[in-house]
Design a protein around this ligand. Structure first.
Ligand SMILES: O=P(O)(O)OC[C@H]1O[C@H](OP(=O)(O)OP(=O)(O)O)[C@H](O)[C@@H]1O
Length: 435
């Protein structure tokens, strides 16, 4: 039982709030979360927080913008009600994939943009630069930068590029169906199928003159500032996509690791059944996650392989045209993909296809944040993946019903322990130790 502490749960993940409170032995505090008819968020804190240590649990999946606004209002309400300290607990930090500076072409896949003017056409927004970005298969691809696909292909002769096909008739999540009903579409955001290859012919003289300066908002910076301005004193999160995002804050940010849970799952459920470390290989599905995956491979003494993923979207709705190349041996082995998040699941499903083509007989994907938006579940069901393991950093109840390959690991106990330690002023470095 922890005293003098108040825990509020936002509307993003009530089950996780329950789990954390159960571990701490205290009930969640009363809070009324609602909306006015015009869509504005309304928050009413149901008990006194004066001089209390307040924790607000809100995750970044689902209706992420509504949840963020709700969180900001709740923080502000607690602060103006004289809370001693307000800590936000964000198992999945919203907007943390947008911490990059402008001009970066990677990041969260975009859904379709609305047509703005008749002359702009439906693909009115683009990340393309002028002159056009070289791409694999294009005449300019051979001179494609020191780390580009052209040079990698030269180095890794004989390894081919995979493109995934998806069964779109599979079961869908409730919010996907609702969105389709509103849009009158079949749920495919953008016409990625048509753009499975770079379409350099699409820009016409009538298209908007794009790419001279790509002013992309630094939403990650803004969200960090908003949280701080609202009155947040401390942030607890897990597996930030870019750990350097912590530096955007001038308040303490504790970035917990999901790798403990993933390592434990490998030790208890994969290695004993798949012939031990000699028959398994840890794989990072992109270079950005190599450090994360190698830390698990090193601590378990397992071999490691890397897939180089190159996202080069030409248009905002062109989500499929990433190129994947494998470095390392996976033949006749169980491949264990490690990543921080699966959003559309393009990355893990296409990696699985490549791994099976290269001889892996079984493919697991272990990711901390199973966002699984849009068609992700259908994509996983139709994929070469044998098992997908995620944590419940975002709600997984609906995903589990639709995806027989999905296994969910509980993280409530990890956050409960972090909250307990922060509240008592104890070190939480023990939660970061990984060996
Ligand atoms: O399920 P998906 O929609 O494919 O998204 C998941 C991928 O996206 C992120 O990486 P990102 O592409 O942003 O590249 P980075 O790791 O180099 O930042 C993340 O680390 C995954 O690899």
């Amino acid at each position: 039982m922890v005293r003098n502490i108040v825990i509020f749960g936002g509307s993003s993940h009530p089950q996780l709030t329950e789990n954390i409170c159960t571990h701490l032995g205290i009930p969640p505090a009363r809070i009324t979360l609602s909306k006015f008819s015009n869509g504005e968020t309304r928050v009413e804190v149901g008990e006194s927080v004066r001089n209390k240590d307040v924790y607000i649990i809100q995750s970044g999946g689902g209706m992420v913008n509504d949840h963020l606004m709700e969180l900001l209002i709740t923080v502000s309400a607690c602060k103006t009600a004289s809370a001693k300290r307000v800590t936000v607990v964000l198992p999945l930090f919203p907007y943390s994939r947008q911490s990059d500076l402008p001009y970066n072409k990677v990041g969260a896949p975009l859904s379709r943009m609305e047509k703005r003017t008749p002359s702009e056409g439906s693909g009115s927004f683009t990340f393309d630069s002028r002159p056009t970005t070289p791409h694999p298969g294009g005449p300019e691809s051979q001179g494609f930068g020191p780390n580009g696909v052209g040079s990698l292909t030269k180095k890794l002769n004989g390894i081919s590029v995979q493109r995934s096909e998806v069964n779109m008739n599979a079961p869908k999540r409730r919010d996907t169906l609702e969105q389709e009903a509103q849009e009158g579409t079949n749920g495919v955001h953008g016409d990625s199928a048509q753009h499975s290859k770079h379409d350099t012919s699409a820009p016409t003289s009538m298209a908007v003159q794009r790419g001279y300066k790509q002013w992309v908002a630094q939403a990650g910076t803004l969200v960090a500032d908003l949280l701080t301005c609202a009155g947040t004193d401390h942030v607890i999160t897990m597996d930030l996509h870019d750990p350097q995002y912590q530096g955007f804050f001038d308040i303490p940010v504790d970035n917990l690791y999901g790798r403990h849970l993933l390592k434990k799952y490998i030790q208890q459920n994969i290695l004993p059944r798949q012939g031990g470390i000699d028959n398994c290989v840890i794989v990072s599905p992109d270079a950005g996650g190599a450090k994360r995956a190698t830390s698990i491979a090193d601590v378990l003494g397992m071999p490691f392989a890397l897939i180089h993923k190159e996202r080069r979207p030409t248009y905002s709705n062109d989500r499929q045209n990433a190129t994947m190349l494998l470095v390392g041996a996976v033949a006749n082995k169980t491949a264990i993909l490690i990543d921080d998040l699966a959003d559309t699941s393009n990355t893990i499903t296409r990696a699985a296809k490549l791994l099976k083509k290269e001889g892996a007989h079984t493919v697991f994907a272990l990711v901390t944040h199973g966002v699984l938006s849009g068609d992700a579940i259908e994509r996983i069901n139709a994929s070469a993946l044998d098992r997908v393991v995620v944590t419940n950093s975002v709600p997984q109840e609906e995903h589990v019903k639709l995806c027989p390959k999905l296994v969910v690991l509980e993280i409530g106990n990890v956050f409960a322990e972090a909250i307990r330690r922060v509240h008592h002023g104890e070190s939480i470095s023990v939660l970061f130790q990984f060996d």
